[in-house]
Design a protein around this ligand. Structure first.
Ligand code: ADP
Length: 395
């Protein structure tokens, strides 16, 4: 079949495979100009724009009309700054992009652009300098495409994947919580059963050992109450409903209280070296600061390999500096930030129980006081958690 091609006025048959370029008819400069015009007119999926060296529009394709909504006669001669967000324009971004394209030979980006009606869309744009025969800059060409749909689809996928991870984290958390609660509950049940059995056989002995037995029972009850309190805090801290009750207190005293609580909870089978030689008075929420220090000391003992844990408290200007140091399993550098996220854990779950909640809550509580918490650690060499707590927080 033979068809006429308008620009060159030649039959398509000369386009047959095997025809050499030199066999084909010559094209004129006018042909080439017309072809360029047709190119601008024919491509509608991409916005093709030619700029002069100062960023004024010189050619505006049909695709640019479709993508940006401006007709060609409204844009030719105008600065291309009109296609940018007002604050990008004011910050000199259009000029900066030309510079970048000149420096690197091209510039590619995905950024928000503005349509004629003021609405914005995500454009994937490639800007290329156009150089003359001697390398002088004659202008720029930009090819841009509206990629809003693709970005929205990606965002929707990301949200879906975040939601799935949140559900997975919640399920894992519930399983862990049930497991953690079960341990003291089972111990409580076994102790009570033993007491009942003994009361039938040797009532006098049960009466004689009542104080020691109830103390043991109380420890399991305390452990369970602590866990339930933690579960309640998961919701409170996450929804920002946590209220600080700021009052006068002494950080050194709080630390001493936490140290004896930890030792008591372990029935004295652990060692905490408390180094708090002087009072460190300030205004803070003593209950919440106790919770923070307890989480750190409890972790120090749990992950500390059975060795002593140092707890030191000092005043440091207008802040209290509390450090909890253990000589245990340590934390790999890549985990040291992650463990402060909710439900994140780095230690093997088969070996160490826990919710992955303590450090996250501790950081939220310290932040709520205007302070910070950080860790220095290396695997196998122990960890030092440090809390810097303002003594007169701004509220
Ligand atoms: P968990 O209930 O798992 O202990 P945390 O939020 O208190 O939760 O701690 C998060 C993770 O940080 C732990 O699972 C553990 O991997 C790591 N971690 C915390 N403290 C220490 C420590 N002193 N030594 C080693 N690892 C620690």
């Amino acid at each position: 079949m033979t068809a006429r091609c308008g620009v060159f006025g030649v039959a398509m048959t000369s386009n047959a495979p095997g025809a050499r370029a030199s066999d084909l008819p010559e094209t004129s400069a006018a042909d080439r100009v017309e072809l360029t015009a047709l190119l601008l007119d024919g491509i509608t999926d991409y916005a093709l724009v030619a700029l002069d060296p100062w960023g004024r529009v010189q050619a505006w394709g049909r695709g640019a009309e479709r993508v940006y909504g401006f007709p060609g006669d409204a844009m030719v001669g105008e600065r291309w700054d009109r296609l940018f967000l007002p604050h990008d324009g004011a910050a000199g971004r259009p000029g900066a992009l030309l510079e970048l394209a000149l420096r690197h030979g091209r510039h590619e980006e995905e950024a928000l652009r503005v349509r004629r009606d003021g609405s914005t869309f995500w454009a994937h744009a490639v800007l290329t300098p156009l150089r003359g025969e001697r390398g002088e800059v004659r202008g720029f060409a930009e090819v841009a495409r509206d990629v809003t749909d693709r970005r929205e689809a990606e965002q929707a996928l990301r949200r879906l994947s975040d939601a799935r991870s949140a559900v997975r984290a919640r399920d894992e958390f519930l399983a862990l919580a049930a497991h953690e609660l079960k341990t003291p509950l089972t111990a409580l049940g076994l102790n009570l059963q033993a007491m009942v059995r003994a009361s039938h056989r040797k009532p006098a002995e049960v009466v004689a050992t009542l104080a020691a037995r109830t103390e043991r029972l109380q420890r399991h009850v305390d452990r369970m109450s602590g866990l339930v309190e933690t579960l309640l805090d998961v919701g409170r801290v996450a929804s920002g409903q946590l209220e600080l009750r700021i009052q006068d207190g002494d950080v050194a005293q709080v630390a001493a209280r936490v140290a004896s609580r930890c030792v008591e909870e372990r029935g004295g089978r652990c060692c905490v070296d408390l180094d708090a030689p002087e009072p460190v008075p300030g205004r803070f929420d003593p209950h919440r600061v106790e919770q923070v220090l307890f989480a750190l000391l409890d972790n120090g003992l749990k992950y500390g390999g059975g060795g002593p844990v140092q707890l030191s408290v000092r005043a440091d200007g207008r802040r209290a500096r509390v450090a909890v140091r253990d000589q245990g399993i340590g934390i790999a550098p890549e985990d040291q930030e992650r463990i402060f996220q909710r439900f994140e854990r780095a230690a093997p779950a088969t070996q160490y129980g826990g919710f992955g909640f303590g450090l996250w809550a501790a950081r939220q509580l310290v932040k709520a006081h205007g302070g910070e918490i950080r860790v220095r650690s290396a695997p196998g060499e122990g960890s030092t958690f440090e809390v810097l707590l303002p003594l007169c927080p701004k509220r």
